[in-house]
Design a protein around this ligand. Structure first.
Ligand SMILES: Nc1ncnc2c1ncn2[C@@H]1O[C@H](COP(=O)(O)O)[C@@H](OP(=O)(O)O)[C@H]1O
Ligand SMILES: [Mg+2]
Length: 355
């Protein structure tokens, strides 16, 4: 039956993201973050390594033939015994409280050395053939470190097309009745009512559910909010000015008659937020001409927004192409909007960027 397609993949992806998200929360609350700077100057923490190990172990257990493209590599852990042991302790301690769910997910890791090899299984080159998972263990690492928004991201591509996407957003409010506000990411407490899992399967719609500590909770369908007039839109953009040109975004908003200030938020939580109608547009305008976006930063969010009634393209209006390897080599920036106003937004984007 068509509606059952990818049901096992979705179930395992939801559980895997849920378990990895618990690990990241435990890092936030009780650990020094073990922050290192990567060669591109972006930060990586013990939470990134631990979450990646847990997700890959679950995927290998359930889908041993599949390839994996993941953001991190184990090199730093191979060279630093103390860091490796800290991540190993975290990974050993992470499990869902529901034994049946934990059993279904499987993928227990036998030793610290096995954990390093598992982390490095995320080194696939990607491409347009076969089943390939894309993992960002902590997207928005800077948001994670400052207690703002971050997301644990997992997408399944088949022959270069995203079929399943899951985003775990531990710091977003569960309720989708709240419109976005400036300070949505600023509260670092682990209050009740926080933590959302977004998901989508191609052709089957998009859903959200509260993040839980055991098996997955019941889902609700999510949809982008109808916009009577584009000038009423709320748009989201990165917190980091280096990731998206805020000057260009402001000029585009002005061109569209938008007067509300943007909501700045880290990570793919932006895709989840507009997919459930808490915001309307996501503008990611290239801040650096030479930067090439990574597939793990967009695969899950792209599908979730499209399945919620949105359109996602680059700044020229081209669909994001996940079939070209680890990067979106053929795209620049991201523009996500409800389907019926997306064309209007792209016109405004072109008129500002081509000035
Ligand atoms: N110059 C740049 N332009 C666009 N994106 C960038 C960038 N440098 C880093 N990034 C990516 O932006 C992601 C965060 O996106 P956002 O700004 O939406 O929170 C980072 O993910 P990680 O945090 O996983 O490293 C990183 O992959
Ligand atoms: Mg990322």
């Amino acid at each position: 039956m068509a509606s059952q397609e990818y049901s096992k993949e979705l179930h395992i992806a939801l559980l895997a993201v849920q378990r990895a998200t618990l690990l990241t929360k435990s890092v936030f609350h009780s650990h020094a973050k073990g922050t290192l700077n990567k060669s591109d100057a972006s930060p990586v923490t013990i939470g990134d390594f631990g979450a990646q190990a847990l997700i890959i172990a679950a995927l290998q257990h359930n889908f041993p033939q599949d390839e994996i493209v993941a953001e991190e590599e184990a090199k730093d852990l191979r060279e630093n015994d103390q860091l490796r042991e800290t991540v190993w302790d975290l990974v050993k301690g992470a499990s869902l409280s529901d034994a049946t769910a934990e059993n279904e997910l499987g993928g227990s890791i036998s030793s610290p050395e096995a954990m390093l090899d598992i982390i490095d299984k995320g080194n696939s080159k990607g491409g347009n053939r076969g089943r390939i998972w894309a993992i960002d263990p902590i997207d928005g690492t800077k948001g994670f470190l400052r207690g703002g928004q971050y997301a644990v991201c997992l997408g399944l591509m088949v022959d270069g097309d995203v079929k399943v996407g899951v985003l775990g957003c531990p710091n977003l409010p569960v309720s989708d009745s709240e419109r976005l506000s400036e300070n949505i990411g600023a509260d670092a407490t682990d209050a009740e009512g926080k933590g959302v899992l977004f998901s989508a399967v191609l052709g089957q719609g998009a859903q959200s559910r509260p993040l839980s500590k055991d098996t997955v909770s019941s889902p609700s369908s999510i949809h982008m909010k109808p916009l009577a007039n584009i000038s009423e839109a709320t748009f989201c953009e990165s917190v980091e000015a280096g990731h998206s040109s805020q000057g260009d975004a402001a000029a585009i908003a002005q061109k569209l008659g938008i007067t509300k200030p943007s909501v700045r938020m880290d990570s793919q939580a932006k895709y989840g937020s507009i997919a459930r109608g808490a915001g309307d547009l996501y503008l990611r305008l290239p801040a650096r001409k030479d930067y090439v976006e990574k597939i793990w930063d967009h695969a899950a969010g792209d599908l979730i927004v499209r399945e919620a009634g949105g359109q996602v393209t680059d700044v020229e209006g081209k669909r994001l192409d996940f079939s070209l390897g680890r990067t979106l080599a053929n795209n620049k920036g991201v523009i996500a909007a409800p389907k019926d106003v997306h064309g209007e937004v792209i016109e405004a984007v072109k008129s500002i960027l081509n000035k």
